[in-house]
Design a protein around this ligand. Structure first.
Ligand code: FAD
Ligand code: EPU
Length: 337
């Protein structure tokens, strides 16, 4: 185990923010993780996966533990389904491609989401009509204080839209070390109704899509919409899409007849925050080295040398403006540190 000191986190966060970690260690086995958590010298800890859902606003006065535990194994299988366990440090998209190579179905709509497998339950990652919870069997997590390994089944995770127990009651208490998925081996359930998937499949001239075709369609749509962090620093959607009462929605519909919405329940609808931000005039706005992406108003970007505090300030101005114009409070999805 090699603990480094005063190192830049710029290569470790997709926003590309240049702050320093007081201490940093990369962990590649469960034993190393237990050993590092037993050290008494580092009371403050920050768990780091792929760094694709965090905004670093200041130097990190803690031991940054970079989770790099690799490994994929099959736990059990029947004729129709398989339980696959992936360790937390596996790169999410590489794991998705691995499952598609085995012709295991379930993760194809979640192709190309950045980050690590171990982080996927934290905000119940979702895209193109599928959420992690749809294929989640269980995860293992080590308690930071007791160092005991706990297994969380789906019910225990209390998944919601971009939400789980790990963002609520259990926040900051556990490190997820592996995730087990239940995937299909036959009769894959295809999800092609969301967004532009059908149009993209038509464009690809595919009428009877396989799970691999759906993955390719999702990759193509994502590449056309979302900035690649290798080119422009970002953390994907900066805010969650707000869920509002039908009453407020109907009131807004009167004022803004083109306002989009998705049904949530009898009394609530979800409104795309990207639409609200675009309508408020922020889309494509650039303030020096940072701004709002020109193709996707929900994505805040760092063009190079922005500080996390600059981006945080911009996000607060956006929140206040959306509140003033629409009477809607939008919550950040990104973890602000
Ligand atoms: P990190 O940023 O490293 O960590 C996020 C949080 O989890 C931090 O608070 C960290 O301390 C904690 N954490 C990390 N690892 C662990 C662990 N093993 N145990 C406990 N805590 C941990 N998200 C979606 O849901 N859908 C999308 O479509 C999507 N698209 C994106 C597109 C782009 C271009 C980008 C940059 C991001 C996108 N995201 C999306 C957000 C992001 O990819 C996910 O939230 C992802 O799960 C974050 O993983 P990570 O390993 O990078 O997390
Ligand atoms: N829209 C605009 N202007 C914009 C952007 C969006 O008007 O600049 C409106 C349009 O009406 C569009 C609608 O918003 O039809 C939805 O846009 P999009 O399909 O791009 O999806 P999103 O709601 O902006 C969500 C997730 C993404 C996920 C996609 C696809 C959240 C916060 N974001 O984005 O997840 O990839 O759907 O399923 O739920 C992430 O979490 O980081 C992320 C990228």
């Amino acid at each position: 185990m090699n603990i480094q000191h005063n190192i830049s986190l710029k290569p470790y966060n997709t926003f590309g923010i240049d702050v320093a970690a007081k201490h940093f260690v990369a962990i590649s086995t469960l034993e190393e993780l237990t050993a590092v958590l037993s050290l008494k010298d580092y009371p403050n800890k920050l768990i780091l996966g792929g760094g694709s859902n965090m905004l670093l606003t200041k130097d990190v006065d803690a031991l940054v533990i970079h989770i790099n535990i690799k490994g994929i194994s099959i736990i059990s299988e029947t004729e129709d389904s398989v339980l696959v366990k992936a360790n937390a440090g596996e790169i999410w998209h590489d794991f998705v491609l691995w499952t598609l190579n085995q012709d295991y179905g379930g993760l194809e709509n979640l192709s190309l989401i950045p980050g690590n497998v171990g982080t996927s339950p934290i905000q119940n990652i979702g895209a193109y009509g599928v959420e992690l919870k749809d294929v989640f069997e269980s995860c293992e997590a080590i308690h930071l204080q007791t160092l005991k390994l706990h297994t969380f089944n789906k019910a225990a995770c209390n998944f919601g839209y971009r939400n789980s127990i790990f963002k609520q009651e259990a926040k900051g208490q556990y490190i997820i070390t592996s995730v087990t998925f239940k995937l299909s081996k036959t009769n894959h359930e295809l999800h092609t109704n969301y967004g532009a998937i059908t149009t993209e499949l038509e464009h690809m001239q595919v009428s009877n899509p396989s799970i691999q075709d759906i993955s390719k369609a999702v990759i193509s749509i994502r590449n056309s919409k979302l900035p690649n962090p290798k080119d422009i620093g970002n953390s994907g959607s900066f805010f969650k899409n707000p869920v509002v009462s039908k009453d407020l929605y109907l009131h807004l519909l009167h004022q803004f007849p083109d306002i989009p919405s998705y049904p949530v329940s009898e009394t609530e609808v979800k409104i795309p925050a990207g639409w609200l931000i675009e309508k408020a005039g922020f889309k494509g706005k650039r303030l020096g080295d940072y701004g709002v992406h020109k193709n996707q108003a929900l994505v805040l970007v760092n063009y190079g040398g922005a500080k996390g505090s600059d981006i945080l300030k911009l996000s607060e101005i956006i929140q206040q403006t959306i509140q003033r114009i629409f009477n809607i409070s939008i919550e950040s999805e990104v973890n602000i540190l």
